[in-house]
Design a protein around this ligand. Structure first.
Ligand code: B4P
Length: 191
């Protein structure tokens, strides 16, 4: 089983590159952002709770997203591997993921971390906000709050996997295709 984490700050290209990955490597794409937006679109109790956090640029509570990932893993017992996009985003989520994968005897193979300057992140997210309808992309203060959440709670997740020598840093600026080729080279070296 090949299990990949695509890591990086908001707007670094995780969702964009994930689309291309699943086409090339046939992994099951698990995006906590997409799963949460699906719950919001159906106005479920979980979705309404999540929206309160997302609209402020805050992370959704760990137990909510860990539960969603646990269910998604159970729902795909025959997958040849998973692409985790936007998860884990806290140390508690990383520990929970390691435990869930331990049960499957299929640990994380590699974490690919996209590096993008803050100026470029803000530019990309404000641009997406003009067309995406995503309330968390239209407001400069909310975008900055998301970047602060990343520095205070999420960046440490890379340190966790670095301890096991599983992190590869990749420059996330350039065209989408250029970045994809860099990511593929990093993954192929680990396969
Ligand atoms: P996510 O849905 O994960 O979204 P994201 O971090 O904003 O975006 P991503 O990184 O995937 O976007 P991309 O760069 O592809 O999270 C949204 C919210 O959900 C979080 O703030 C949080 O509240 C909640 N959440 C999700 N997971 C959670 C978890 N595990 N725990 C707690 N809360 C959680 O796209 C950005 C834009 O850049 C696009 O418009 C794209 O077209 C553009 N772009 C991409 N690559 C480019 C390039 N090379 N050049 C120019 N533009 C590019």
């Amino acid at each position: 089983m090949f299990n990949l984490i695509l890591f990086g700050p908001p707007g670094s290209g995780k969702g964009t590159q994930s689309e291309k990955f699943i086409a090339r490597y046939g992994l099951k794409h698990l995006s906590t952002g997409d799963l949460l937006r699906f719950e919001i679109s159906r106005q479920t109790p979980l979705g309404r709770e999540a929206q309160n956090f997302m609209d402020k640029g805050q992370l959704v509570p760990d137990e909510v997203v860990i539960g969603m990932i646990s269910s998604a893993l159970d729902a795909n017992p025959h997958s040849k591997g998973f692409l985790f996009d936007g998860f884990p985003r806290t140390s508690a989520q990383a520990e929970a993921l390691d435990q869930l994968l331990e049960i499957k005897k299929a640990p994380i193979t590699v974490m690919i971390a996209l590096e993008v300057s803050e100026e470029e992140l803000i530019k990309r997210l404000l641009k997406r906000g003009k067309t995406s309808g995503r309330s968390d992309d239209t407001n400069d203060a909310v975008i900055r709050a998301r970047i602060i959440e990343y520095h205070t709670k999420t960046a440490v997740v890379a340190d966790h996997y670095q301890k096991f020598n599983k992190v590869v840093m990749v420059k996330g600026e350039g065209t989408v295709d250029e970045i994809f080729e860099r990511l593929c080279a990093a993954i192929d070296a680990k396969m």
